[in-house]
Design a protein. Structure first.
Length: 165
């Protein structure tokens, strides 16, 4: 099999794949940066039920990778075998920064980190469910993120359903 980028040299990389796709020259000079950027993302599943998952998304550049840069929910509609994904991405991270990428001999482009994340989402979140179809809504949060929890109200002080949050 020939390299998918240069289409001239025999494909030998990436190692560990079932089928090699790239020659070592193309891997080292053209593709490695994109795959390295993918490796900087970490998706941590926080909760899973038979029909839903909640994930935190981390990136190594954001405060040493210790703070989540996004949150994703996946909900499976079993009747239609359709997975609905909602992702909320923090504005504290530069989603529009780009990574150079050459996907074909002589054709250069820049891939936004947001697009790299979409690939991670498809490969890590969606692939685990194996649905017939899926859709995703991605929201770039532009204001300060806040959390409201009903347990924050003080029930001993007369709090209840009508107490302000």
């Amino acid at each position: 099999m020939k390299c998918r980028v240069c289409k001239k040299t025999d494909a030998t990389l990436p190692e560990g794949s079932k089928e090699p796709r790239f020659c070592s020259k193309c891997w080292n000079t053209r593709l490695r940066q994109l795959f390295q950027e993918e490796d900087r993302f970490r998706v941590q599943r926080v909760m899973r039920t038979s029909d839903a998952e909640k994930h935190l998304i981390y990136h190594d550049d954001h405060e040493g990778g210790a703070t989540a840069v996004g949150l994703a929910f996946a909900l499976l509609d079993r009747a239609h075998d359709q997975l609905e994904v909602s992702a909320f991405l923090s504005n504290r991270f530069d989603w529009h920064a780009s990574v150079p990428f050459i996907y074909e001999e002589g054709v250069e482009c820049e891939v936004e980190i947001l697009d790299v994340f979409l690939g991670i989402m498809e490969n890590d979140l969606v692939a685990g469910w194996r649905p017939c179809g899926w859709s995703a809504e991605i929201t770039l949060c532009t204001d300060e993120i806040f959390w409201i929890d009903s347990s924050d109200s003080n029930a001993e002080e007369g709090g209840g359903d009508d107490a302000p949050a």
